[in-house]
Write a protein that binds this ligand. Structure first.
Ligand SMILES: Cc1cc2nc3c(=O)[nH]c(=O)nc-3n(C[C@H](O)[C@H](O)[C@H](O)COP(=O)(O)OP(=O)(O)OC[C@H]3O[C@@H](n4cnc5c(N)ncnc54)[C@H](O)[C@@H]3O)c2cc1C
Length: 422
């Protein structure tokens, strides 16, 4: 069986689900036949949010991402499920005196960002998507992608071969199938990639003392350790999601510890900032790799989110970059539709690449630089980073610049807050 769509979005994670929703106006106003497909279920399954159980994967969402989710009509659902706005951020070097602190009150803003569980963002997007005319094909695993030759009147067409032998064709495939994207490989898009010298352990911990609605990050010899504030429970228990980046053999060792030993080592690593670590949930470990596609589109396949780039999670920017890809690509496709242009043309897809590549590369370079600066035990570099943190902490203009980048208000070209198409 063969089915044809104008656009297929492959992968219904945060980037793919947001993309599908951002393109819903093209289905409603221009009659485009759009499908979102994923090997996983795409039904908005209920999530229990009244207890002390959290998704181990969370995102520190920037204001730009919050604006986008708001424009897509899902922020109120995300908020109703569970979010944790944070008003402070503290970063310090375990090897010295360097420390920098950011406070929303000092900057005259209500928050610096929001910590949100990945499953909550995805659920809110899928719930809203179910109200649109975008087709959701869940439980559908793509086995291969091939190209059907074009004629003098038509472009080549991408064909997705599914495990059940059926075929889906589309004028444009938006690959949102994650870091190990097969669509990227099938389309022949080369990558620039290398391993970071870290694996990240993520889990939820309960703290003896409150986190003060602050995101904490300490740079240790072995890598950065972040404590991201989660909502306290009704009985006043305090929780954080942690991202502990460690050199691989130390990460393997930490994963092998029993809970009691892990809690003790974690409390020492964070310098007993929150007293004892009371409980720890199941731990997950992710090898970290920097990836960046050398081209964002080829052969009718265009990349967004982790399929296009992955970076070190030390500044929590991966999903935020993916959402900016969504805003930029959707804006270009919707504009092309409203002008009656070919939305899958090289001109439109090049415009998307130009809109996003520089920013994604700059963020990757910053993460690489920070990771190297804080991994080095060279005396001069150690002195420089400590002096740099303290100096920056005392210069309001530089601090404001960092906050603009971290909380993501610098996205004027994408006009996220007043985009006509979102
Ligand atoms: C430890 C850690 C901490 C992080 N913290 C932050 C943070 O604080 N802030 C932040 O912004 N980002 C953070 N990130 C990054 C963020 O989690 C990712 O950038 C984001 O989740 C990627 O979303 P995505 O939709 O691009 O890909 P994915 O979430 O990987 O989604 C890909 C989807 O494609 C589907 N798929 C794949 N192949 C196929 C196939 N062949 N057929 C059908 N379906 C397929 C999969 O089932 C999946 O649903 C962190 C990352 C890590 C590792």
């Amino acid at each position: 069986m063969t089915r044809h769509f104008d656009i297929i979005i492959l992968g219904g994670g945060i980037a793919g689900a947001a993309m599908a929703l951002a393109l819903a106006p093209a289905a409603a106003d221009h009659g485009l036949n759009i499908a979102l497909i994923d090997a996983d279920n795409l039904d908005p399954v209920p999530i229990q949010t009244d207890g002390a159980v959290f998704d181990p994967r969370v995102c520190a969402l920037t204001e730009a991402s919050r604006n986008l989710l708001n424009n897509l009509g899902v922020w109120s659902s995300v908020e109703a499920l569970r979010v944790s706005p944070y008003q402070g951020m503290e970063v310090w070097d375990a090897n010295g005196t360097g420390r920098i602190a950011f406070s929303a009150a000092e900057l005259g803003i209500p928050w610096l960002g929001h910590i949100v569980e990945n499953s909550i963002i995805r659920r809110a997007l899928l719930e809203r998507l179910a109200e649109t005319s975008v087709h959701r094909l869940g439980g559908v695993e793509v086995r291969e992608l091939s190209m059907k030759k074009g004629t003098s009147f038509s472009r080549p067409q991408a064909q997705l071969h599914l495990w059940d032998q059926s075929i889906l064709t589309a004028g444009l495939i938006i690959a949102a199938d994650g870091a190990s994207s097969q669509a990227r490989r099938w389309a022949g898009i080369p990558m620039r990639e290398w391993d970071y010298p870290h694996h990240a352990i993520v889990t939820t911990v309960e703290l003896e003392k409150p986190h003060e609605n602050t995101a904490w990050q300490i740079f240790l010899d072995t890598g950065p350790l972040a404590f991201l504030p989660l909502p306290s429970s009704d009985d006043n228990r305090h929780f954080c999601s942690i991202v502990w980046s460690l050199v691989p053999d130390k990460a393997r060792r930490a994963m092998a510890l029993d809970d009691e030993q892990f809690r003790q080592e974690l409390a020492v690593a964070i310098e007993y900032n929150f007293g004892e670590i009371v409980t720890v949930a199941k731990r997950y470990c992710y090898p970290l790799r920097q990836r960046h596609a050398r081209q964002y589109h080829r052969n009718g396949v265009v990349l967004i989110g982790d399929a296009a780039h992955t970076i070190h999670p030390l500044a929590g920017q991966g999903a935020n970059l993916g959402l900016l890809d969504v805003a930029c690509l959707a804006e270009n496709i919707l504009q092309a539709c409203s002008r009656g242009e070919d939305f899958a043309s090289d001109r439109i897809l090049n415009r998307y690449q130009r809109g996003r590549e520089g920013h994604n590369l700059a963020m990757a370079a910053t993460m690489e630089g920070l990771q190297r600066l804080f991994s080095s035990d060279h005396l001069v570099l150690r002195w420089l980073r400590n002096a740099g943190l303290n100096l920056t902490d005392n210069i309001p203009l530089i601090k404001q610049e960092i906050v603009d980048q971290v909380i993501g208000v610098r996205c004027d070209p994408l006009k996220l807050s007043h985009s006509p198409c979102l």
